[in-house]
Design a protein around this ligand. Structure first.
Ligand code: PFF
Ligand code: NA
Length: 457
C-alpha cells in the first residue's frame, strides 16, 4: 500500500506548506467579514482566546494522529484504534466535510482569480466606491462567468496535485507564502494611513463589549469558535495529512504553535488592511462575504502604482487559496485511492468532475437560485455550506480527534503523548490531561449547543 510515502524535503517546507493549508481565504476573506459582522475588536479577542485554548491543542492531536499512523484520515484511525472499536467511521464524516468545504471554497477562489484579471487589465481604473461595488454585483449575477473561474480553480488544483507532493505542492507553496506575507505588510501600512481610516482602526483594535450584547454573546461565541477552527483547518483531517508526511525530528506542539502564529498574523494583518479602508470609503464592515471585494479595489485605486500592487495582491490571494485547495484535494484523492482499488489517475478524474458539479449550487445561489435562502432572509447557499462546515463539522470533528487521543478506548493518552513529544522542541504538558479530555470537549460542545439555541430557537 503505502510502502514509500513521499516526505517533505525540509522543515521549512513542512511549516510553510502546513501554513499554506491553514492560510487561505479564511484569513483574508472570511476573518474580516466575520469580525466586521460581530462588532470588531471584542470579537477578535474571543477569537484569539479560542485559538490558544482550543485550537493549538486540537492542532497537536490532529498532527499526531497523522504522523503516528502515516496515513491520511481515510485510514489513520483504522491503524491506531483499539481492536473492535468504531472510530474509523469518522472518515466518512471527515470526507463529507472536505467535499462540502470545496463546494464553496472553489467559488470564492474563483472570485480572487477574476479580481486578479480585472485588476491586471485595469478594469477597476478610475472607479469610485459604487463603480467597484457594481463590478462585484455584476459578477454575482453572471453564472457562466463565475462557473468559468470556479472550474479553472478546480483544474489548476488537481493539475498541481497530480504532479506529486514535492515537485508540485511543496515548491510552489513555499515561494508564494513568503511573498504573500511580505506584500501584506506593505498593504497594511498603506491602508492604516488612509485619510479617515482611524475610525476603522478603533473599530478593529479597541474592544467595545456592548457590541457583544447587540449580537447576542452566545451567537458571537459560536461564530468565533467556527472561525478559529476554520482558519486552522482543524477537525476533518485536512491538516493531519501533513503530519503523515513529516519525520520525528521535531515535537508537534512547537510546530502547531508556529503554524498558529503564522496563520494569525496573516488574519490580523488583513484586518489592518480592510477596516481603515472600510471607514475611509464609507463601506459597512458588516457587508458580509462581499466585504473585501467591494473595499480593496478602492485602496488600490487611491495608491500610487495601485494597479500593480492590486494585481500582486489578488495573485497571491489566488496562491493562498490554491494551497488550501491543494491540501484538501490531496485528502480527497487519498480517500479515493485508499478506499477503492481505482488508480490514482481515475480517482483524480472522477473527483475533478464531481467537485465541479458539486460547486455549482454555490455559484448559482447568487443568481438563478437566489430564492433559496437556507439561513433566513438574504442568506445564500454559500452561507449555508460554510455554516455546515465551520459551525458543525469542524467543532464536532475536533472533539472526535481530542477524545480519540485522550481516551483509553481510543488511541490513548500515552500513545498520543509519545507521538506529540517525539523530537526536539516544545513539550505537550502532561499536567493538562484533565483539561484536554474533559474541559476542552465540553467547552466546544457547550458553545455549539448554545450557539444553535441562540440562532434557531
Ligand atoms: N484554513 C483554511 C482557510 O483559512 O482558508 C480553510 C480550511 C481548510 C478549513 C481546510 C478547513 C480545512 F479542513
Ligand atoms: Na486560515
Amino acid at each position: 500500500m503505502n510502502q514509500q510515502r513521499e516526505k517533505f524535503s525540509s522543515r521549512l517546507g513542512f511549516i510553510l506548506i502546513s501554513a499554506g493549508c491553514a492560510i487561505g481565504l479564511g484569513n483574508v476573506w472570511k476573518f474580516p467579514y466575520v469580525t466586521g459582522k460581530y462588532g470588531g475588536a471584542a470579537f477578535v479577542l474571543i477569537y484569539i482566546l479560542f485559538l490558544v485554548l482550543l485550537g493549538i491543542p486540537i492542532l497537536v492531536t490532529e498532527l499526531s494522529v497523522g504522523r503516528a499512523s502515516q496515513r491520511s484520515v481515510a485510514m489513520s484511525m483504522d491503524v491506531l484504534e483499539q481492536k473492535g472499536t468504531k472510530w474509523h467511521y469518522f472518515k466518512y464524516f471527515a470526507m463529507a466535510g472536505n467535499y462540502l468545504l470545496m463546494m464553496f471554497y472553489t467559488t470564492v477562489a474563483g472570485w480572487m482569480l477574476y479580481y486578479f484579471i480585472q485588476m491586471a487589465s485595469g478594469g477597476f481604473g478610475g472607479l469610485d466606491q459604487d463603480g467597484v461595488a457594481n463590478i462585484f454585483g455584476s459578477m454575482l449575477e453572471n453564472p457562466a462567468l463565475m462557473a468559468g473561474f470556479m472550474i479553472e480553480v478546480v483544474l489548476i488544483g488537481f493539475g498541481i496535485c497530480s504532479r506529486g507532493l514535492q515537485k508540485g505542492v511543496e515548491k510552489i507553496t513555499k515561494v508564494m507564502m513568503v511573498l504573500l506575507l511580505l506584500l501584506m505588510v506593505v498593504l497594511a501600512v498603506r491602508s492604516a494611513v488612509l485619510e479617515g481610516g482611524e475610525e476603522g482602526l478603533r473599530f478593529y483594535l479597541t474592544p467595545d463589549f456592548s457590541a457583544l450584547k447587540e449580537n447576542g454573546i452566545l451567537e458571537v461565541l459560536f461564530a468565533a469558535l467556527g472561525q478559529a477552527f476554520f482558519t486552522l483547518s482543524i477537525g476533518m483531517g485536512a491538516i493531519a495529512i501533513f503530519g503523515s508526511y513529516i519525520d520525528r525530528s521535531r515535537s508537534l506542539t512547537g510546530e502547531a504553535v508556529f503554524i498558529t502564529l503564522l496563520d494569525t498574523s496573516v488574519a490580523l494583518m488583513s484586518g489592518l488592511i480592510i477596516f481603515p479602508a472600510c471607514f475611509a470609503y464609507g463601506i459597512n464592515p458588516g457587508a458580509g462575504p462581499s466585504l473585501i471585494f467591494i473595499t480593496l479595489p478602492n485602496v488600490f485605486n487611491a495608491m500610487p502604482g495601485g494597479r500593480l500592487w492590486g494585481s500582486l495582491f489578488f495573485l497571491f490571494m489566488c496562491f493562498a487559496a490554491l494551497s488550501t485547495v491543494i491540501a484538501v484535494f490531496q485528502n480527497i484523492i487519498s480517500f479515493g485511492t485508499d478506499l477503492t482499488n481505482a488508480s490514482r489517475k481515475k480517482v483524480v478524474f472522477i473527483n475533478l468532475v464531481a467537485i465541479i458539479l458539486l460547486s455549482l449550487p454555490c455559484v448559482l445561489g447568487f443568481n438563478l437560485l437566489s430564492g433559496i435562502q437556507p439561513l433566513g432572509a438574504g442568506s445564500t447557499v454559500l452561507d449555508f455550506e460554510d455554516f455546515i462546515v465551520s459551525n458543525n463539522i469542524l467543532p464536532l470533528g475536533s472533539v472526535v480527534y481530542v477524545l480519540f487521543c485522550s481516551m483509553k478506548m481510543g488511541w490513548g493518552w500515552d500513545n498520543f503523548m509519545a507521538e506529540a513529544n517525539s523530537g526536539k522542541g516544545l513539550r505537550f504538558p502532561k499536567s493538562i490531561r484533565f483539561y484536554i479530555q474533559w474541559i476542552l470537549p465540553l467547552v466546544v460542545l457547550f458553545v455549539f449547543v448554545m450557539g444553535y439555541k441562540s440562532l434557531f430557537f
